[in-house]
Design a binder for this molecule. Structure first.
Ligand code: NAP
Length: 391
């Protein structure tokens, strides 16, 4: 095995919205070999053919259903991952992640996921952590942009300022009506509402409260929007490495008045009734398609306050801000996951790959990661100003 052989990546959910974009970006790089893993043979074949036509690469495919080894025609997951260096979980079934990570470990592969940063997911991952460590394997959790990006922006800002406060605000608009989502998408949305935690660091402690709200001006096309804190594991971990940080949170804008004020509360009521989870998910997806759709747009803003500590002069306070503007949030999610996988490849080649459980935001080198988003098409601008109060 030469040091520079292509790295083999298996993408589970490989014809999904995120999965096929990641697979296509990776396939365009001769340093990767891609295998699509999914449950519908015709969609696997069509996606592999489209990526091959676009990139000239050869794309493998395996039919396997994560979490259901008895599914007709399905290959055992560990068999599907044979020869893989890294397995990416990009399914719309976060509940299948445990089976994917266990099978990756059994096949001698590392793993990564892009699922939302929910408490149930992290309970599963923490339970798997000792096995990962004992086997010398790595799992990179919470890839993508939300989770995945906010704590990277804060770490990048912390290299420029001694941060006291750093909040990140995200606004995402998708043309839901035009999206060809997978068969589990409604259930995935229902789980997102069920598991949502409005948590952030406030006053030096982690606080979960529906009053963790903020208004933020995202500029065009969103303007000023009401935002709610969204707990991300990468945020919870930040003060351990940035002890001066008193306030840090990720605040996400809503989907528009009808979805936020009618559909989500109605779905929450349905979710509390046993057996109505499916209806809750379908209601939410229908509302997003009817009332939450628009031209794709993404804005992620960092707003930080920090101080220089007087070692090189008088103590000063100042403000640091960064605005990242992208188009389609799915394109940016895939680009972020690929930026992380590229850094994984470099660290692996350098013999510096850690083992155990990390978040994408804790794993990547922040500036290199943000530079990669910029070369991939996102626009990133930093501004700093002296004189604001640290609060
Ligand atoms: N971190 C971020 O920034 C970010 C951004 C967007 C989305 N996400 C997360 O990314 C995940 C994927 O979202 P998406 O919008 O890309 O979903 P999607 O378009 O619905 O694609 C999901 C894919 O997973 C497949 N799948 C579902 N269950 C499976 C199983 N048990 N075994 C094998 N394949 C399975 C689906 O196939 P079938 O159609 O055949 O069921 C589909 O191809 C979700 O967890 C979502 O919350 C994260």
């Amino acid at each position: 095995m030469t040091r520079d052989r292509p790295l083999s990546i298996a993408v589970v959910g490989g014809y999904g919205q995120t999965g096929h974009r990641v697979a296509r970006l990776l396939a365009a790089d001769p340093g990767f070999r891609v295998t699509l893993v999914g449950r519908a043979p015709d969609r696997l074949a069509a996606t592999a053919a489209a990526i091959e036509a676009a990139t000239g690469a050869t794309v493998s495919r395996v039919r396997a259903v994560a979490g259901d080894p008895a599914a007709t025609g399905s290959v055992d997951l560990a068999e599907a991952f044979a020869g893989a260096d890294l397995v990416l979980s990009a399914t719309s079934q976060t509940g299948a992640l445990a089976a994917i990570v266990a099978a990756a470990t059994a096949a001698g592969a590392d793993a990564m996921d892009i699922h939302l940063s929910s408490a149930p997911k992290w309970r599963v991952l923490r339970a798997l952590e000792p096995t990962l460590t004992a086997a010398g394997r790595l799992h990179i959790a919470d890839g993508g942009i939300h989770p995945g990006l906010p704590a990277v922006m804060i770490r990048a800002a912390a290299a420029r300022f001694d941060l006291v406060r750093a909040d990140v605000f995200g606004a995402f608009r998708l043309d839901w009506a035009a999206l060809d989502l997978g068969s589990n998408a409604a259930a995935d949305l229902a789980a997102m509402i069920r598991d949502f935690e409005p948590g952030a660091w406030r006053g030096g402690r982690w606080r979960t409260s529906w009053r963790n709200t903020a208004r933020h001006d995202f500029g065009p096309p969103f303007g000023t929007a009401a935002c709610l804190a969204m707990a991300l594991e990468e945020m919870r971990a930040l003060p351990a490495t940035l002890p001066g940080l008193v306030d840090a949170g990720f605040f996400v804008a809503g989907f528009g008045a009808v979805v936020d004020r009618l559909a989500i509360p109605a779905a929450s009521v349905l979710l509390a009734c046993p057996g109505l989870e499916g209806l809750a998910g379908r209601l939410l997806l229908a509302a997003l398609r009817r009332y939450g759709s628009g031209p794709a747009a993404t804005v992620v803003d960092l707003d930080g306050v920090g101080r220089r500590d007087g070692r090189t002069g008088p103590i000063t306070t100042g403000r640091i801000a960064a605005r990242l503007v992208g188009g389609d949030a799915y394109d940016l999610t895939a680009l972020a996951a690929v930026a992380c996988i590229e850094q994984y490849r470099e660290r692996r080649r350098a013999g510096e790959r850690p083992t155990g459980l990390v978040t994408q935001a804790g794993f990547v080198a922040p500036d290199a990661f943000l530079d990669r988003l910029a070369t991939g098409g996102a626009r990133l601008a930093w501004t700093t100003a002296a004189g604001d109060q640290a609060g």
